[in-house]
Design a protein around this ligand. Sequence first.
Ligand code: JFZ
Length: 427
Amino acid sequence: MTSGMLSTTTPPTPTADTRSAWFRHDRFGLFVHWGLYAMGARHEWLMSREQMTAQQYERFAARFDPDLFDASEWAAAAKAAGAQYVVLTAKHHDGFCLWDSALTDYTVMHTPFGRDVVAAFVDAVRAAGLKVGLYYSLLDWHHPDFLIDGFHPQRDAPNVTELNQSRDMARYREYLHGQVRELLTHYGTIDYLFFDFSYASGHNPPVWGGKGAEEWGSAELLTMVRELQPGILVNDRLGVPGDFVTPEQYQPDRPMERSGMQVPWEACQTLNGSWGYDRDNTDYKSVDLLVRMLIDGVAKNGNLLLNVGPNGRGAFDPNAEHALAGIGEWMRLHARSIRGAGASGFVPPSDVRYTQRGDRLYVHVFAWPFGSLHLLGLADRVEYAQLLNDGSEVRFRVIDPDTAAQNLTQGGQPAGTLTLELPVRRP
Ligand code: JFZ
């Protein structure tokens, strides 16, 4: 990677919003999917996939006792990876609560473990100097008032109509709002909230009994959230616009927009295709690919929220540890091309991403060429170039405009091209 001195500045940020300034600056966060499904160890949707009743699934709660859980180790791992914020699933679709909720007994407090995980998490992440995020599932497959729908474990029950007659979404909505109030009242400042998710009519593919803003009472909920935590950032899965958009397991090909305006966005990505701990899945993304995903997002003014699913004892899988440590090693040398950086107005050659921070342009070379790299439109714009990893000078020359014009007609490089003379071996 090289950096040059440019006579231009970074293009305008997506929004002038000061609330999201830290988020757009930090660029990289760690997502933690942890709950009873970690004990099933075969994907966080197992309750739905295997159509388990609440009673069947409760066997995990009865045995939840993660002896290796240490939130300060999680925070340290996030920090060492170069992440600046951490987001924990306070409640996932299975409805199990990782905090001491007064509104249900289906919490960590009523397991052999008996400790408030959210409290430990918030304290540890805060103490590590990182921003604190919580994930809250709008779906709840355990709550007796949540109307059975096409995602619900009981979706194929022969008496589903009858079962739904005793269920009342208005009561569930009150529970949902009450729980969010707890989370935003009892744990100090919460910087970030990830609601998941809406699938009302219009959802693709369609899901019967789908739910969205109306069922969640999203407008009211959002008003309460902002009252309780004025600085908080909220994602876009409530069915009403939020502070940032969340493409899932997909990298957009340009800065994202809503109504013609650039918006802060964050891609969430798994290490191995599963969010929850998945014991038999060892198909992990390489460190190289993960680093590219991070760079790719920043090059388009976006963030990366990279997920880890701790196991039933509260520990990270060795494969996950390896991935996070590898990203951390890269970040130790290259963080300045990520933090405080964003899209550049210059257009990179193929297999290259540009990130820009102020007048510094960072040239991320995904496919290392033999010897030289031609950068269009950068002639006259660069004073000095160096490898970022070791500070070594990279020599360059400007292709003579006349020659270039001549070359152009012969299929050569257009005028204004700068040629970086790269080391043969990729650093
Ligand atoms: C959801 C969850 O179902 C999943 O278990 C995980 O927590 C993930 C981060 O979020 O999955 C979704 C939610 C929304 C979309 C896709 C997957 N969506 O809007 O495309």
